[in-house]
Design a protein around this ligand. Structure first.
Ligand code: ADP
Length: 266
């Protein structure tokens, strides 16, 4: 392609160093180009599925001799669900693009960590109740602190992790959210008693559009972008996210927020 150009390095002097820099830049550009191409190909694949459903459903309504309005309503209901799915996808893609944009500025303020987590628990209470899942927020006295955060991103991170915990945990399970200070960092853990993730899948779950079980996921309605967005939102705080899981027993996501006066751009 047009990017796979390299200059030959013949010396160790300034020109040689410049040539090395040039080659590094070319490699980075190539990588960015590859990432973009993969993303476009994944994204169009993802959008194609609901689109073709909408096409088939609407075409069969047009061709149908059906008289019963109830049948029409059912078809329209299905079309509407597919439109919702596309909207969720487009929304998540937009979110991810914004978070990855180095020019996108994020503002930080001091928030009470326990208060935010209890508020987020409230936002997921409906989903939890529906599945008979108990959510416990356990913030130790050291976790009831003011921390420099972006409220929207913090909410996005734990809304995603708690929603996933509920989604991938069978009825009657338990989701625990803890917050502590460890080595000057704020550490928030979300633990569930759910289906878990195999060692083989674990390294890939933060990848865009990666799903452990394609079919199950379609039913549960995820976009496959949730964890990619979550990780990017954690990185905006200069933090890290880790996951440990035992299939059949449950999963723990651990998010660390370092105590920073200033945060990296991305
Ligand atoms: P989705 O929108 O499909 O949930 P995510 O990016 O949020 O996408 O998650 C990627 C995949 O990781 C999910 O499809 C699911 O297979 C797996 N996963 C995420 N969270 C959990 C969890 N708490 N327990 C088990 N599997 C999970």
């Amino acid at each position: 392609g047009h990017l796979d150009q390299r200059v030959s390095i013949n010396s160790k002097d300034e020109i040689g160093l410049l040539a090395e820099d040039f080659n590094d830049m070319a490699a980075k550009l190539e990588e960015a180009d590859r990432t973009l191409r993969h993303f476009l190909s994944d994204a169009s694949h993802e959008l194609k599925t609901p689109l073709s459903s909408i096409k088939v459903l609407s075409q069969s309504l047009i061709d149908s001799q059906e008289q019963d309005p109830a049948v029409y309503r059912d078809f329209l209901q299905d079309i509407s669900s597919e439109v919702d799915r596309m909207a969720a996808l487009v929304n998540d893609m937009f979110q991810l693009a914004k978070l990855q944009d180095p020019d996108h500025s994020v503002s930080f303020n001091d928030y009470l960590v326990g208060e935010l987590l209890r508020h987020i628990k409230g936002l997921t209470a409906g989903e939890a109740l529906q599945k008979g899942i108990d959510i416990q927020v356990q913030v130790g006295s050291d976790g009831e602190v003011l921390w420099q955060l972006n409220k929207d991103l913090f909410t996005c991170i734990f809304l995603n992790l708690i929603s996933n915990a509920i989604r991938y945990t069978p009825r009657g399970g338990l989701v625990t959210v803890t917050a502590d200070i460890e080595e000057d960092s704020l550490v928030v853990r979300v633990t569930d008693t759910g289906i878990g993730i195999s060692a083989e899948d674990l390294p890939r779950i933060f990848d865009r559009f990666y799903r452990v079980d394609e079919d199950r996921n379609r039913e549960t309605g995820g976009t496959g972008l949730g964890l990619a967005i979550t990780r990017q939102a954690v990185h905006c705080h200069g933090g890290t996210i880790d996951v440990k899981s035992k299939p059949g027993q449950g999963t723990t996501f651990e998010v660390r927020f370092p105590k920073h006066q200033s945060y990296p751009a991305i």
